[in-house]
Design a protein around this ligand. Structure first.
Ligand code: CP
Length: 317
């Protein structure tokens, strides 16, 4: 292990993962390198007892399939154990227990806490009350930093590089926390970003302004056709029904962009199609057999990235 890597590992030990704003390119390259090692371990032998004796508290106040189960799988593949709290209605949260008290409780039993919560800033609040690492698994319409790390890893592994790419983020850019985190991360690279959405679901101005500070070119479109034939990455998202007060508006715009084999026929042959999942009609199932459809591989990269993050914040590499 070289000295630079040793220094990086020391920086990660005990660290909260709350926002992509805390990362620079060196951090990203380092995590992707560790994730690559984790992939080799899983593909060669399946498990590694690196985190034996360590406990993860997996606390989810909102539904999840991928983030929740991939963190659990990551901990178990590294020999650790998990306290899974995915149904907070059956925990003392239903008796009115506050987030700080729930965090203090779980901290007494675990070494690291993964938290998904409907309120922006919940993970940062939890981190104030915890001395063990808190990992943000999605805070309302705020951020989803570990998703962005796995998205970046997918782009890098599938296309061999991130610099020089044209990337379109499509769908619900207003409420989709994955695109808020991903746009910020991508702005650390030499990319061109295209935001494709209905007017009512545009990328928040706060994110656009942050990205603009890096000098990254950003373009807004309503029509996917404007960029379909050019982009290297088409990152499609679900319209976030649960964030809408006006269901009539949701019904009007939820089918705005649907990727079909006909759409893919007009896209580049060397592009990839991504989606954080779950999908609810934005990509037709007929597209799944297209080799450019990367969304199930993307999900799998999540396991390796989360194994990397757990091992790093727990200081066991
Ligand atoms: N991508 C993602 O966050 O999926 P889940 O909601 O299933 O965790």
């Amino acid at each position: 292990m070289n000295q630079r890597n040793e220094g990086q590992r020391a920086l990660w030990r005990g660290k909260d993962i709350l926002s992509v704003k805390q990362f620079d390119r060196q951090d990203l390259e380092f995590v992707m390198g560790v994730a690559r090692q984790m992939r080799e371990v899983v593909e060669r032998v399946g498990t590694w007892e690196l985190l034996r004796g360590r406990v993860l508290a997996n606390l989810f106040y909102e539904p999840s399939t991928r983030t929740s189960s991939s963190f659990m799988a990551a901990m178990q593949r590294l020999g650790g154990t998990v306290i899974p709290i995915s149904s907070v209605q059956y925990s003392s949260v239903s008796k009115g227990e506050s987030l700080p008290d729930t965090i203090r409780t779980l901290e007494a039993y675990s070494d690291v806490i993964v938290l998904r919560h409907p309120e922006v800033g919940a993970a940062a609040l939890a981190a104030k009350y915890a001395s063990n690492p808190i990992i943000n698994a999605g805070d309302g319409v705020g951020e989803h930093p570990t998703q962005a790390l796995l998205d970046l890893t997918t782009i890098s592994e599938e296309l061999g590089q991130v610099d020089g790419l044209k990337i379109a983020l499509v769908g619900d850019l207003k409420y989709g926390r994955t695109v808020h985190s991903l746009a910020r991360l991508l702005s650390l690279y030499n990319v061109e970003l295209h935001y494709v959405s209905p007017t009512s679901l545009k990328m928040p101005q706060s994110v656009v302004e942050e990205v603009a500070k890096t000098g990254t070119p950003q373009h807004e479109h309503e029509d996917l056709e404007a960029v379909l034939e050019q982009v290297n990455v088409l990152y499609v998202t679900r319209v976030q029904k649960e964030r809408f007060d006006d269901m009539a508006l949701y019904e009007r715009i939820q089918g705005s962009y649907v990727i079909t084999p006909q759409t893919m026929a007009r896209a580049r042959q060397d592009m990839i199609l991504m989606h954080p999942l779950p999908r609810v009609g934005e990509i037709s199932m007929e597209v799944d057999a297209d080799p450019r459809a990367a969304y199930f591989r993307q999900m799998r990269y999540g396991l390796f990235v989360r194994m990397a993050l757990l091992s790093l914040v727990l200081g066991r590499q």
